[in-house]
Each structure stands twice: as C-alpha cells, then as structure tokens.
Design a protein around this ligand. Structure first.
Ligand SMILES: Nc1ncnc2c1ncn2[C@@H]1O[C@H](COP(=O)(O)OP(=O)(O)OP(=O)(O)O)[C@@H](O)[C@H]1O
Ligand SMILES: [Mg+2]
Length: 499
C-alpha cells in the first residue's frame, strides 16, 4: 500500500479537502501497519485475528475493513422440511448458479402476462375486466361497468359455461373463482388446458407445460432461506446472547401441530456464527462472552454448528438441524488486561490458524505521520457529513493535541496518539462550533474552543475542585468513598481510563 504522502507537500494543503482519502478501507487505518498487514493476510488466507489494545484505536475499523477484502459469499443456506421427521429438518446449501437456475424455472412456471383484450371475451368477463352487457373493458376493481352502469361480475358458476369450467378446474386441482379461470384451447388435433389468472390489470396465462412445472415445484419439500446469498459478510457478535450467537428454534404454542402450528423448519433462526459463514465474525471484548467462548471454539473446529431450540421449556427444544455450515474468519478484540481471561483453547485455536496483534497506541511524530493525521481528520469530517472542512492551521492544532496526549496518556515523547476515537470527537466538537458560528471552515479558534469544551469530566472536575480527591470529599457519599478507584488516581496521568 503506497502512501499518498510521497507526492504531497504541506504547501499544497490549504484545508482538509486537499488531503486525499484512500478509497480502500484498510488504507484508511492510520498508524497500525502491522495490524493492517496481518488483516490483509488473514483476508487472503482465511486466518483468524486477535487484536489487542485499548479502546478507540481502530480494532472495529480493521475488522470491518477486512471484510471488504474477502470474496462475496457464494452460498445460500436453507432449512428444508423433513416430512418423515419434521423436527429434524435438513439444511441445504445452494450455489449462486443453482439459485439463478431455480429462479429461471420459477419464472417459466409463471406463464406470461396478457392484456385482458387479448384473452377470450368470456374469460375477460369472468375475471371482471369486460362488461357482459356492453362488451366494454374496465378495471376489475369496478363492480359496475363505467360505460353502461350495469353490474359486471357474476357469481362463480352462474355463467353459461360455469359448470363445465368447474369440472375441468377440479380435475386440475384449481378452484374456479373470479380470480382464476380454467379453460381449454385447441392445439392441432387435441385440446389443451389453459388457465387465466388475474394479475393486477393484466391477465396471467398458464398453459399445460407451465402448469406442469408449477406442480413439480409445489411437490418439492418446502424450505426457508436462513442465510441469504446476498448478505453482509461482516457480522458483529459483540455482547451477543446465546441465541443470537448460535441460533434458535422459536417456540410454537401449538407444538408444531400440522394444521394449527408452524412447521418446525419455519421456526429455525440462524445465529451470528451462521450468518458469518464465508465472512467475518467480529467479537469485540471477547472475554465478555464468558462461557459462550467454548461454542465459538467448537464452531471453528467443526466449521458447522447445529441449530436447536435453546430454551428447554420451548417447543423449539425438540427441533434440531445438524451441522449447519459456519465457516468464518474470527476477528476478536480485547484489551491487554483481559488477555488472560480468553479461554485458552480458543486462544490457541486463533494462534494455531491466525495472528495476534498488539495494537499501537502512538506513532512517531514525523512529516509522513503528520500527513496521515491530516488524512484521519479529513476522513472523520467526511464520514460525519455534518461539519465543514478544517483549515490547514486548525489541523496543526489537532496534531499538536495528538502530540500532547501521546505524552500524557501514552508517556511517549515525540509521538502522536493513536487513540483516535477521542481525537475524532475533538474534530466533531470543533466542527459543531464552526457550524453554529456559520463558518465555512473549521478554523484554529474553533479547535481551541473545542479543546476547552472537550475535556473528560475528570479534567473538568480537577479544574473546578483542584483535584479529584477534593471533589470526592466534598461531593461523595460514604459508599462511593469506599471505591478504591477514586483515591487511587489523583492525576489524569495515572488514570488508565483517561484517553
Ligand atoms: N487507526 C485508525 N485510523 C483511522 N481512524 C481511526 C483509527 N482508530 C480509530 N479511528 C477512528 O475512531 C473510530 C473508533 O475506532 P474503532 O471503533 O475501530 O475503535 P476500537 O479499537 O474498536 O474501540 P473499542 O475497543 O472501544 O471497540 C473509528 O470509527 C475511526 O473513525
Ligand atoms: Mg470497537
């Protein structure tokens, strides 16, 4: 990935619109070269990735960007009714070609549309398009003929051929009502069944071949698409519940009774692991999944996971679809403190087929990285969409603030902080001030003003009370005082939650 910095000199830049925003998502991630490189490898080779680092440095951004570098999903997954054992539906995987072939077949089975004037007059009358009195045509929704004011529709069976139609219709399993008329037509020596159906202001014509196709399709076991072909290959499972993560079979108060209830296959719902099939499953704060981590482990191992009703009290609990595919790339994220609580077999599974990355919290302060910071500012402004561009001078103040924070928070000299969510917040606050002032650009004054406003509340407390401890003793209740936290961190430098 080349940096646009090579051809840019600062003198060309008047404001953030002169900074080029890369079109490819991973190039938008600044200051994390190792994570970006490994994300590309993970996408290409389908490996897992564990991103370790503090909040707001681009973990989610990298995970999402990675999903742009993998091929589009090729498979659709369906659950199919199992007539022998409805509580054990099958699953079926369909490729894109199979699906388009099926669609073609369906469209063949749809017959063709015809103008009501092109079908036999008696049929047009029975479908409600033609007035039997005056022979004029009008919409079937008009019960009385707009031309002669007589009533257009006759009840079924009342027409001169009513009985004949009904007999033929019954033989072909079609009801003869006003939406559908069964008739015959001569093809050479023999006569052929033909069905006319109301289709809005048109008539759908189904000949014998089409009817045959329809019947064949209807004979197939019914199925339900649980994972469509056209889906987002990036699935977020942060904080997912067990059912969200692994899928479920919904409850049916009629216990799947054939007439009253909903058939089991229709109640099957996929989980995030299945939705991420062929894509990326992203789990932020992976340790918060607790025990569910071991299911992820199984899913990764088997590349499939059964879907079953997860509530033992529910009628769904007796339903199970075995080995539903879930071949995903796992991208997990956590902070350094949580590293030890990742289930160790899961971690070994990630390492055994993937990479672990320790994210950078700061990058060195040099011209190239200052250019990247400007790129970051331009990106934030463009994705926000509600604030004007930022002047070159104002961007320099943001960069200086980045440098100050690297020093205070990350304890790094001559560096620029990469805790960029917070820096993005600063850009937005400055932008809002510019908007309220009606300025076309975010100017240095706006950023300075934002810096005053955009302080973590601890900092604001310190400014009004001197230090946190003073604030505590004057404002806190006894129970809060017991919290070690408030006594431990008397300065922002010591406070790990300050970014
Ligand atoms: N390295 C980066 N390059 C460019 N922009 C970044 C970077 N890191 C963060 N940002 C900006 O900050 C926002 C928040 O980042 P992101 O959601 O990726 O953080 P995170 O590391 O996943 O944080 P958390 O641990 O809180 O989920 C991004 O949407 C992006 O606008
Ligand atoms: Mg995140």
């Amino acid at each position: 990935m080349g940096s646009p910095y090579v051809n840019a000199s600062d003198s060309d830049i008047t404001d953030s619109t002169s900074v080029k925003i890369p079109s490819s998502p991973l190039e938008r991630v600044i200051g994390q070269p190792e994570a970006v490189r490994l994300a590309l490898v993970a996408a290409k080779q389908r490996r897992n990735l564990l991103l370790v680092g503090p909040p707001g440095i681009g973990k989610s951004m990298i995970a999402q960007a990675l999903s742009f570098y993998i091929p589009r999903p090729q498979q659709e997954i369906r659950v199919v009714h199992n007539p022998q054992q409805p509580e054990r539906p099958f699953f079926e995987v369909k490729s894109a070609e199979e699906i388009s072939r099926e669609r073609e077949e369906t469209s063949y089975a749809e017959g063709y549309l015809s103008d009501p004037r092109q079908v036999p007059p008696s049929v047009a009358e029975r479908l409600g398009y033609r007035c039997p009195k005056c022979g004029q045509y009008s919409s079937y929704t008009e019960i009385t003929c707009p031309h002669c004011s007589s009533q257009k529709l006759q009840g079924p069976g009342q027409g001169p051929f009513g009985d004949v139609f009904n007999v033929i219709g019954a033989a072909f399993g079609v009801q003869n009502n006003q939406e559908r008329v069964t008739s015959t037509r001569r093809v050479g020596e023999r006569s052929e069944i033909i069905v006319y159906e109301r289709a809005g202001e048109m008539v759908r014509v189904l000949d014998e071949k089409t009817l045959e196709r329809r019947r064949k399709m209807e004979k197939k076991n019914p199925s339900k698409v649980i994972i469509p072909l056209d889906r987002n290959p990036f699935v977020l499972a942060t904080g997912a519940s067990e059912t969200e993560l692994l899928g479920d079979v919904r409850h049916d108060p009629y216990g799947g009774h054939p007439q009253l209830g909903t058939l089991p296959y229709e109640r099957v719902v996929a989980g995030a692991v299945h939705e991420a099939h062929e894509g990326v499953l992203f789990i932020d704060e992976i340790t918060h999944l607790g025990n569910l981590q071991r299911f992820i482990l199984t899913a990764m191992q088997e590349r499939s996971f059964p879907i079953t009703g997860r509530n033992p009290q529910s009628a769904g609990a007796s339903v199970r679809v075995d080995r539903v595919p879930c071949d995903f790339i796992l991208v997990a994220a956590c902070n350094i403190q949580d590293l030890q609580t990742i289930l160790s077999p899961l971690r070994s599974r990630i390492l055994g087929n993937g990479y672990e990355v320790l994210m950078e919290t700061a990058m060195s302060d040099n011209d190239e990285n200052r250019y990247k910071y400007m790129q970051f500012i331009a990106q934030e402004i463009s994705t926000d969409g509600k604030i004007p561009p930022m002047s070159y001078e104002a961007m320099q103040i943001v960069i200086e603030e980045g440098k100050r924070r690297a020093q205070i928070v990350d304890k790094k000299e001559n560096a620029l902080t990469l805790r960029l969510r917070e820096m993005g917040g600063l850009v937005r606050v400055a932008g809002d001030i510019a908007v309220i002032e009606g300025s076309k650009l975010i100017e240095p004054a706006h950023v300075r003003e934002a810096l005053k406003l955009y302080l973590p509340v601890e900092e604001k407390i310190k400014r009004s009370y001197g230090n946190l401890q003073n604030a505590m003793s004057s404002e806190n209740t006894m129970s809060q005082r017991a919290e070690e936290y408030f006594y431990t961190y008397t300065s922002k430098q010591d406070d790990p939650s300050y970014q």
